[in-house]
Design a protein around this ligand. Structure first.
Ligand SMILES: C[S@@+](CC[C@H](N)C(=O)[O-])C[C@H]1O[C@@H](n2cnc3c(N)ncnc32)[C@H](O)[C@@H]1O
Length: 319
């Protein structure tokens, strides 16, 4: 009873209700909330603290940024879910908040895309700065195995290396990216590799241009840490996966290299296993494997790379 009352009190106020509703759209930082709500940081932090103490939201610090997300379990999680579902459609305040959230996300993703467009030529060099690529690719091949793949999709394909890696065992292979500059390089790479059945396609990973339940293997190599909303990205992956279909995620393990936010547009300083498990579970995927590869001892500033395999439950072939 006490926890329920504390939860209800914590959301029974205009700004906190707005915060709750905003967080149903994915994780946000305190700074982003202050921009959307147009209130001072101390004021927003006070509301956030109250909601966190009542168990409505969780805060976690990652370098200089504090991320916020809704708690999903227990009575407070139930309150958050219930309230977010009964916000009246067309409420003007909520609509305006969502518009500002959209603008902030557009601005950030435009900056990230500009970074990729500008760095497309050097990307192959930048991507090899951490664990030796040969090790990562060996682990990826091992996890995927050598079975035939009907439909492969490499999301955020960049210069197309992962597409090149798995296209030979796929009937159809598509590399999708939002950066034209990156895609130009990937296209050339596929031509040079003689992988004529592999296509590169311009598109948004939040709206994959594939029918539901049609893809056997999705690869997402070094993409999630750039995204504003990895949970939604994985939900979209789960939509297109066939029953029994798999997604191979490769990304950095948690690290403290704050400069990567400023210089290379990273949003997350690596990704925890628990985080991947939570996002996957929210998307209806089951993580079946996790491993980490550490940088060579002499590689200064090198980051640990983690691999996860997740599966869409169901029997293969049941489309
Ligand atoms: C760090 S690169 C990784 C490229 C490639 N997977 C690799 O490992 O070399 C991230 C890629 O994700 C793409 N990207 C970012 N946001 C995207 C979006 N919303 N839709 C599609 N591609 C996106 C970027 O353009 C960029 O090429």
């Amino acid at each position: 009873m006490e926890q329920l009352l504390a939860g209800l009190r914590a959301v029974g106020e205009r700004t906190r209700l707005r915060i709750l509703f905003l967080l149903t759209n994915g994780e946000l930082t305190v700074k982003e909330l202050t921009q959307i709500l147009n209130q001072s940081q101390p004021r927003v932090s006070r509301h956030v603290k109250l909601m966190a103490e009542a168990g409505i939201i969780e805060r976690y610090r990652e370098g200089a940024w504090v991320f916020l997300r809704l708690v999903e379990d227990g009575p407070s999680g139930a309150i958050a879910k219930f309230i977010s579902e009964i916000v009246p459609d067309g409420d003007e305040i909520v609509a305006a908040d969502l518009q500002r959230l959209g603008r902030i996300r557009d601005h950030r993703s435009n900056r990230a895309l500009a970074y990729f467009d500008q760095n497309a030529e050097q990307w192959d060099k930048i991507r090899s700065l951490h664990v030796a690529e040969i090790e990562v690719e060996k682990a990826m091949r091992h996890l995927v195995g050598d079975t035939r793949i009907d439909q492969l999709v490499d999301i955020g394909t960049g210069t197309g290396r992962v597409l090149e890696l798995f296209a030979p065992q796929a009937e159809r292979a598509v590399g999708l990216d939002a950066s034209h500059e990156m895609l130009a390089i990937a296209r050339q790479r596929m031509e040079e590799a003689g992988q004529r059945h592999a296509q590169v396609r311009h598109g948004d990973l939040y709206q994959l241009p594939f029918q539901a339940g049609t893809v056997d293997l999705v690869t997402i190599h070094q993409v999630l840490h750039f995204l504003d909303d990895p949970a939604s990205a994985l939900t979209e992956v789960a939509r297109v996966l066939a029953p029994g279909g798999r997604v191979l995620i490769v990304d950095f393990a948690p690290h403290e290299q704050e400069f990567l936010r400023e210089e290379q547009e990273h949003r997350y300083l690596g990704i925890k296993h628990e985080q991947i498990r939570r996002w996957s579970a929210g998307a209806g995927l089951e993580v079946t494997h996790h491993e980490s590869l550490h940088p060579e001892a002499d590689k200064q500033g090198g980051l640990t790379v983690s691999l996860w395999m997740a599966v869409r439950p169901g029997l293969k072939g049941n489309r």
